[in-house]
Design a protein around this ligand. Structure first.
Ligand SMILES: Cc1ncc(COP(=O)(O)O)c(C=O)c1O
Length: 382
């Protein structure tokens, strides 16, 4: 049986070079970065070098990077602190954000006197920027806009420069979850008017359990985690030096090889779209994902012509055939609420059918795509 991993939006396979570097650091640089002796200083200097590397690739200042346990923590840090420390009293977001943002916003709404507004979406899951503009004009409450750059389920890309400029024009703060875009795009944050960003290493062939928050200088954010002076007082806790170095190596390799790998992965996505249209003509593409200009090249989300009674078996069958992908469907069993992203904009008919997200990486091949589509075709016609 083949094993085909098409779930890189969930997490990626680590690069060998990243693993090698992490092992060396674990073996050789085991001092506590807060210790003042030479063992500690060596560890500290690796962290500071990683911070400089990350800042240099993103074109920001090293002091604006705070290493965290991943994207979820970085989202939590920005949102919580904006309410607690920066006087934000209104959050504008959307129903298609990651739960790291949505659940945090709900919790803030419960605990503080914060108004939450969800932006209207079109039938492809795009944010209506006219609605955002209107909302920014009508209130003088201090506002934080939180909108992700690339949607992790449907791949829709947001014009973050445009949204950031709108926020700036109206004095609102802008947080953008960039977990699915940093490492996949060459982003210049000196040109993007965003105040806070969340990034996660395991989405670009780095280790799990590490990421960072980009916090624009002098923003006034205070820590989410207390207990030590690590990360210049922004995040207490002994740093996972091997993880931070792994993140550095992974980001470096992803961005240094970006054009070549992007071309390869775009080729896979294009091949997937053409082949599935030929083999399964009734297929539908959710959101913008079939539009290469308006979606990320790394994923595709398809709504399949499968009756409801058979839909439950689909992922199980794919798994039996060695294919790893992600369910992107609406409710298909009593305990399963389905995808909150698709539920936010798909119509009733399409929500009844199974939707599946396939996400690609540098390690995938066209043969694997052919195998997956042939397997889907067999399942549909069985
Ligand atoms: C868009 C988005 N935001 C946040 C996260 C959470 O990141 P992490 O797994 O590093 O906590 C993910 C991971 O699935 C994601 O896709």
């Amino acid at each position: 049986m083949k094993n085909v991993y098409l779930d890189s939006a969930a997490t990626t396979q680590m690069r060998d070079e990243v693993i090698d570097r992490m092992i060396t650091v674990m073996q050789e640089v085991y001092g506590n970065p807060s210790s003042t002796h030479s063992f500690g200083r060596s560890a500290k200097s690796l962290i500071e070098q990683a911070r400089k590397t990350v800042a240099c690739y993103l074109k920001v200042k090293a002091s604006e990077i705070v290493f965290t346990s991943g994207g979820t923590e970085a989202d939590n840090l920005a949102l919580n602190s904006a309410i607690r420390d920066l006087g934000v009293r209104r959050i504008i977001t959307s129903k298609i954000e990651h739960h790291a943002v949505l659940y945090t916003v709900e919790q803030l709404q419960d605990c503080f006197d914060v108004e939450v507004v969800y932006l209207e979406l079109d039938s492809l899951g795009n944010i209506k920027t006219a609605h955002l503009e209107e909302l920014l004009k009508i209130s003088d409450k201090k506002t934080l806009v939180s909108l992700m750059h690339v949607n992790n389920e449907i791949g829709n890309k947001l014009d973050i420069k445009k949204v950031g400029s709108l926020c700036k024009e109206h004095g609102a703060l802008f947080h953008s979850d960039c977990v699915q875009s940093v490492g996949h795009y060459d982003l210049d944050f000196s040109e993007i008017p965003v105040d806070f960003t969340a990034v996660s290493a395991h989405k670009f062939h780095g280790p799990k359990g590490v990421g960072f928050a980009f916090i624009r200088k002098n923003s006034g954010l205070k820590p989410l985690i207390f207990g030590g002076e690590q990360e210049r007082g922004h995040r207490a806790g002994t740093e996972g030096v091997h993880n931070i170095v792994g993140l550095e190596e992974a980001l470096k390799l992803s961005l240094d090889n970006l054009e070549e790998e992007k071309t390869h992965i775009t080729g896979l996505k294009t091949h997937f779209i053409e082949k599935i249209k030929t083999e399964i003509p009734e297929v539908k593409f959710n959101g913008n994902c079939a539009d290469l200009d308006k979606s990320t090249y790394t994923l595709i989300n398809v709504c399949l012509p499968v009756p409801a009674d058979k839909a439950l078996m689909l992922l199980f069958q794919l798994d039996l055939k060695g294919i790893a992908c992600s369910k992107g469907s609406a409710c298909q069993s009593g305990s399963d609420k389905g995808s909150h992203v698709l539920n936010a904009f798909l119509d009733e008919e399409d929500l009844k059918k199974p939707s599946v997200r396939f996400s690609f990486s540098r390690y995938n091949t066209k043969d694997e795509i052919d195998y997956v589509i042939n397997t889907l075709k067999e399942f549909i016609s069985s």
